[in-house]
Design a protein around this ligand. Sequence first.
Ligand code: C2E
Ligand code: C2E
Ligand code: C2E
Length: 86
Amino acid sequence: PSGSEPATKIVINLERLQQLPADKVGPLARYAAAIQSQRGDYNGKVLSIRSEDLRSLSIIYDMTPGELTDQLIDWGVLPPEARPSA
Ligand code: C2E
Ligand code: C2E
Ligand code: C2E
């Protein structure tokens, strides 16, 4: 869809993230691992991150936050409900 909006609630599916090729999700996987480490939060199936983190990640992926939201939904890392306009 045109003019995609960024996700408002970002809950990453960590199991799905593990299944995807590192050349695609490497930066995101490292970012999530760093947050888990800083929190000491290693046991979850999902990880809630800050909307500010989506902005940082979108710079790394050279996308807008809305485009990255669509990409993450496409990969199955975010649920379709993460898209605000859905
Ligand atoms: P929720 O935000 O809908 O999260 C549902 C469940 O997803 C959580 O159940 C937990 O098992 C998992 N989950 C979500 N984000 C993370 C994460 O970053 N790390 C890990 N390890 N698991 C995550 P849980 O823990 O029983 O929490 C139930 C509900 O209690 C949450 O529903 C939320 O409404 C509230 N809650 C728990 N912790 C927090 C928190 O730190 N801040 C806020 N505002 N609410 C929290
Ligand atoms: P910090 O940013 O100084 O946050 C200190 C503590 O405040 C956190 O300890 C957490 O208990 C609470 N806190 C801050 N913002 C939020 C929030 O939006 N929601 C909730 N539920 N709690 C919040 P914690 O979790 O042990 O994290 C330690 C440090 O790890 C944080 O210090 C921050 O530097 C880093 N960190 C953890 N999670 C994230 C994240 O999702 N994104 C980023 N950028 N940094 C994170
Ligand atoms: P949440 O805990 O339900 O927090 C929802 C929103 O409330 C956050 O959205 C943020 O705008 C605000 N908020 C909550 N606690 C704090 C705080 O201590 N300081 C400040 N400045 N704002 C706070 P945001 O940032 O998009 O975070 C979304 C979710 O990511 C949080 O939901 C929480 O589940 C997780 N999260 C973010 N940062 C941390 C962190 O440092 N530690 C932990 N354990 N979880 C975090």
